[in-house]
Design a protein around this ligand. Structure first.
Ligand SMILES: Nc1ncnc2c1ncn2[C@@H]1O[C@H](COP(=O)(O)OP(=O)(O)OP(=O)(O)O)[C@@H](O)[C@H]1O
Ligand SMILES: [Mg+2]
Length: 316
């Protein structure tokens, strides 16, 4: 809607994790390198953690993109609320192995044969679990057993778990100490600092087609985006997307700090209600209520867009 007005060809701040938009902060780079090394050097078990919206899924997609060029077969689980049997069945199915109606022991046997064959041909096989903080203790124990599939020299199945910081807490629990000991590499994503936030926004705008000309966001607006998003990429995207829409609605060629403050206030990013005691606290991510508000605001702006237009294309 605002693309032509801001000299863009694509939407720069989509919240779907699209690897073509990857902005390599030092942390993201280090994490991607660690994951890539862990898998290709057959280190066995790698864990990636990070707060909500910091880029874990994006990094996994980037990793899989890199590995596809190296003949790595992978199974990807992004809804880990499964029972141990469902979990193993899902993995076998994702590798294209016969899985229907089989018992867990049979499935593990089939999986083992498959892994051995691939290993004999020098091929890497990977299991990726996103949202792994949701895994139950039983499924985590199943994962520990999968890490036992090995030859005398090497792990047959490489495993990457990605999840929110609760995953670290789970792995630190006494119950899961055996699994924790098997983690070969760990990496963590963080929020962006002010400088990175500006660079991140500029990179997304450039990838979306901005080619020179005056900046779209003034410096104070970038500082305001950082302040309200606390450097969390998903929130940066939401704020910037809404700020572009609001700027377009006002026909402002440059997005200013007041526009950003207004958008952030409409999105109510600073507070979230605590349903237990009714007190307000700082939000670390957009909750459902905020998302609904964001959707409503987008619809409002769209309605305003559809109002009368003068011959120069400006809204009246
Ligand atoms: N380094 C980055 N470069 C470009 N975009 C990024 C980066 N990090 C995060 N993003 C963007 O931020 C948004 C959220 O990222 P993503 O969905 O990967 O977060 P997440 O950590 O998986 O969140 P959750 O914990 O909710 O699953 C996406 O639009 C993603 O493209
Ligand atoms: Mg994710």
């Amino acid at each position: 809607m605002y693309k032509a007005f801001y000299r863009l060809q694509r939407n720069p701040f989509e919240i779907t994790p699209d690897p073509s938009f990857l902005f390599p902060t030092t942390r993201h780079n280090e994490a991607l390198a660690t994951l890539y090394y862990g898998v290709t050097a057959h280190r066995g078990f790698v864990v990636l953690t990070g707060e909500v919206g910091t880029g874990k899924t994006l990094l996994l997609r980037s990793l899989l993109g890199l590995l596809q060029r190296r003949d790595t077969a992978f199974a990807l689980i992004f809804n880990p609320s499964l029972s141990p049997l469902e979990f193993v069945r899902y993995i076998a199915g994702d590798f294209g192995l016969p899985s229907a109606g089989k018992a867990k022991d049979e499935l593990i046997h089939i999986l083992n044969e498959f892994l051995l064959q691939r290993h004999q041909h020098g091929l890497t096989t990977l299991l990726v679990v996103d949202e792994a903080h949701h895994l139950s203790a039983e499924v985590l124990e199943e994962i520990r057993l999968l890490t036992n599939l090995e030859t005398s020299q090497q792990k047959l199945l490489q495993i990457v778990l990605a999840g929110q910081p609760e995953l670290d807490q789970k792995l630190d629990s006494h119950e899961l100490r055996q699994l924790k000991q098997r983690v070969a590499l760990r990496c963590r994503l963080d929020c962006l600092n002010l400088h990175e936030t500006g660079e991140y926004m500029r990179r997304r705008l450039t990838i979306a087609g901005l080619n020179g000309g005056p900046p779209i966001f003034e410096e104070e607006a970038i500082a305001a985006v950082h302040q309200h998003s606390k450097g969390i990429p998903r929130l940066i995207n939401t704020i910037c997307e809404n700020a572009l829409l609001a700027g377009y609605a006002k026909q402002e060629a440059v997005v200013t700090a007041p526009i950003v403050h207004g958008v952030a206030s409409d999105l109510r990013l600073g507070v979230t209600s605590d349903k237990n005691n009714g007190t307000a606290k700082v939000a670390h991510g957009a909750d459902d209520e905020n998302l609904l508000r964001a959707v409503k605001m987008l619809l409002d702006v769209r309605d305003r867009m559809q109002g009368p237009v003068d011959p120069k294309g400006r809204l009246q």
